[in-house]
Design a protein around this ligand. Structure first.
Ligand SMILES: [Zn+2]
Length: 156
């Protein structure tokens, strides 16, 4: 468990497409723990693997921060780990005011879908399928874009 250095724009790593995660690889759990520790140390709502220089299709979200709770204590159930995500459907475009850890201090208004249905695996390699609305939906789209080398400034 290590807090990793962040990768900042315009580092070309952020423009690459990440590969599917092999959940049985021995490095997988270490990567997830590093992502969680780095996200929490940055007090961030989410963090994708390419942002710590790992081109793997995994990201973590802090559900407590997404819900607007700014307290610094976390339970394991506050953290959502999303592996090899696929969006099954998405609808209703809305404006979203976003920032990104890879762009310190910058905020932009971009278009996102207000609702998505996500299929993925969790940290225990179990299937995960749910519908997300509002901020959670937006965060998931932002993080999946990172896995495809797409950055929020591309959507302005
Ligand atoms: Zn970002």
């Amino acid at each position: 468990m290590v807090v990793k250095s962040l990768v900042y724009h315009p580092n070309p790593i952020l423009r690459q497409t990440s590969t599917e995660v092999d959940v049985y690889h021995r490095d997988f759990q270490t990567l997830v723990e590093d992502l969680i520790d780095t996200m929490l140390s940055e007090d961030s709502m989410g963090l994708a693997a390419p942002q710590i220089g790992e081109l793997k299709r995994v990201f973590v979200l802090n559900k407590k921060r997404i819900a607007g709770d700014k307290s610094k204590s976390y339970q394991p159930e506050d953290i959502l780990c999303i592996v090899n995500p696929e969006i099954e459907y998405q609808h209703c475009l809305i404006n979203s005011s976003e920032g990104c850890l890879s762009f310190p201090g910058r905020r932009e208004i971009v278009k996102r879908f207000s609702q998505i249905k996500l299929n993925a695996l969790n940290q225990e390699s179990k299937p995960l399928s749910f519908t997300a609305d509002g901020m959670l939906s937006i965060l998931i789209q932002h993080e999946i874009d990172h896995l495809n080398g797409i950055l929020f400034i591309d959507l302005i």
